[in-house]
Design a protein around this ligand. Sequence first.
Ligand SMILES: [Zn+2]
Length: 229
Amino acid sequence: MKHFLWQIVSGCLAVKKNLKARGIQGDTLCTRCGDQEESINHVFFECPPAVQVWALSRIPSNPIIFPSNSLFANMDHLFWRVPPVIDDHHFAWILWYIWKARNNKAFSNMDIDPRNTLQLAESESCLWKEAQSSLNQTVEQSRSTPIQSLPAIPGRWCFSDGSWKEKDIFLGQGWYNTLEGFDGLMGARNTRASLSPYIQSLRRSSGPWNVCGIYVSIQLLLQRIVRSW
Ligand SMILES: [Zn+2]
């Protein structure tokens, strides 16, 4: 939608006048009403079916101010002159469905009633607004959820973890310890899968496709190291 609005304001939307200027063969007559020149302003603000859509909409119309023969004055009116209580970006959907009605005529020779154009724009605008509010609620909820910290565990603990697939030659390992004076001491590595006792114990504690977690006491490890000396 932003890109579409940018195309209107920057004057590069593919209306017949612009296509002719880009060297594409064909007439410049308005697809819907047969006017001499299908410009961007004509499609959205001067073509009779489009003028009818604006007249039916809640956006205030005035023959002098809006819709006028100036594209910039018209877009300025829609963007900044209509109070949000009257129209909260609803106009963007009206523009979009006027453009779709024009394309229906150009490519399928279908005449879309201005009342249908407005109805489609209004329902789409409401759905979009609802989607934005539910999206904002989800963001707010996720922001208000407190971050839970792990409960304190007395003693000196090393939490280790491993992940592997049966046929992969590499596996992942990670560890974190609660050793006093070494808060946040952690590490991870990617290593070749081997049949070490540690890997065997990891494999026994869970299936081959799962990430498993076991707690190993550093004190027990130290005892083993001391024994091995
Ligand atoms: Zn026209």
